[in-house]
Design a binder for this molecule. Sequence first.
Ligand SMILES: Cc1ncc(C[n+]2csc(CCOP(=O)(O)OP(=O)(O)O)c2C)c(N)n1
Length: 558
Amino acid sequence: MSQMTGAEAMVRMLQLHGVKHIFGLCGDTSLPFYDALARLDHGIRHVLTRDERSAAYMADGYARVSRRVGVCEGPSGGGATYLLPGIVEANESSIPVLGITTDIATTSRGRYALTELDQEALYRPLTRRSEVIDRADKLPEAVRRAFRAMTAGRPGAAHLGLPFDVQNGKIAEEDVWADAALGVFPSSRASPEKEKIAKAAKLLTSARLPIFVCGGGVVIANAEAELAELAELLGAPVATTVSGQGSLAEDHPLCLGVVGSNGGTLPTREALSQADLVVFVGCRAGSVTTERWRYPAPGTTVIHIDADPMVPGANYKTEVALVCDAKLGLQGLLDELKFIQGKNGAEIVKTAKEKKFREFHALAIKDDIPILPERIVAALHEILPRDATVVCDPGTPCPYFSAYYEFLDAGRHFISNRAHGALGYSMAAGVGAHFGRPGTKTVSVMGDGSFGFTAGELETIVRLKVPLMMVVISNSSYGWIKAGQKTGFDQRYFSVDFSRTDHARVAEAFGVKAFKVERPEELKPAFAAAAEHGGPALVDVLAQPLQDARAPVSEWVA
Ligand SMILES: Cc1ncc(C[n+]2csc(CCOP(=O)(O)OP(=O)(O)O)c2C)c(N)n1
């Protein structure tokens, strides 16, 4: 019987699940795994990062655009703790990311070995499944379990720990098999219940104005076409959360855009308030989307479609809870409804969007110095191709791009880390998105606070010649928090300002083509030159501080 080592089996199991990229950073406990990657012919590209946090964010961005499991890895101790933020973000955002951490040998446990840590316990509450594999012969089934846990039903993250001796242990070759379908998400979908579909269809038929509020679940389930068809049949507006952008093309006459405290505006809130029935789809109806559970107003009739049984009814009294895949749930409603008198949703959307964009365009043409965020969004929209992917960090980027950047194609063109909103996500997630969809332009937009978290990754970007375009919105402060101090704490600014960094020069030192923009008329030419540049490019924009801006934010504390 032929045998292979645990490390070799790990590589083969990833290969059999269709893995093409691994993002990670080396360590002593990882040596057998790296050696197996070096020796075997597997077709997997290892992307060496400068921080495990970035590796996990890259895997996350990769998974979001490719619909495949993103894989990241790091060593024991610091590697395992640094990988964690990206795993949490992915899990909470229903994105399948596998975090592999290598570990000290099982035989060294409890003996004060350097870097010892209960990795399984650390990751257990933060993943669909966390397992430190204690015996080499158990490795293949553990990997299969992890892939199933990540991609079946509501997707999420998983963690696998590989102790040093398990990497060197022996496995029978015949045990190394996998179902490649588990490498793509969602790998299985739950159907809606017939009676509940009938009940929901009845409510939709009698509603005066139904409005959809879509979260990230629509794009995750690839349910964009079913949503468009159902919305058109009903004549119902479609609003989205920040993560739900791409559920419907933004130039669709029924697309109301983002609602909520981060990216929502008064006109979109007013439109949503007209609904007598709200259909939440793949959406947790959390604090930001609902402006602390005020919009839609409690008492509005609610139908809720979600793959997670814990979500419907958590925040709103729900008439019908369809616990199923979004694509199948929407298709079920379509099959049931077929003929119905459509509502005048398009009129309501038109009025709301005209008002919202009139106010936006009035600011976007202003020549103010420092440059207004509105002008930055408008200039980028003008120069980027419609199939570009925009990745936004928290701070100025997320609400501004959510409110005003119109993604003209349905699908995943906007990415932001909305589960925890940790600063320093977009640069790395943009790298991952590039590897996941290399044929299209990827742009990462960050505040200068976020830049400080992630600047070391510029080396990775240059080394690998990633044609990522980066935009730094510079205001020398943690602007979002400063805005919160302005509105909620009587302008008692405390410990939120930092000094100005010349981000363009920093980027140049790494080998990135860089532009510094202080005047509004320089903005579009710099963006165009950066976008056309074949390699990595960064534009540092001196921008109006967030606390002075007319940001599409109704509450600074989520
Ligand atoms: C890791 C992490 N720490 C703290 C926060 C809290 N926080 C939210 S927004 C923000 C300020 C963002 O500053 P910057 O990136 O410069 O963008 P700006 O708001 O100035 O546009 C902070 C500190 C966070 N989101 N993530």
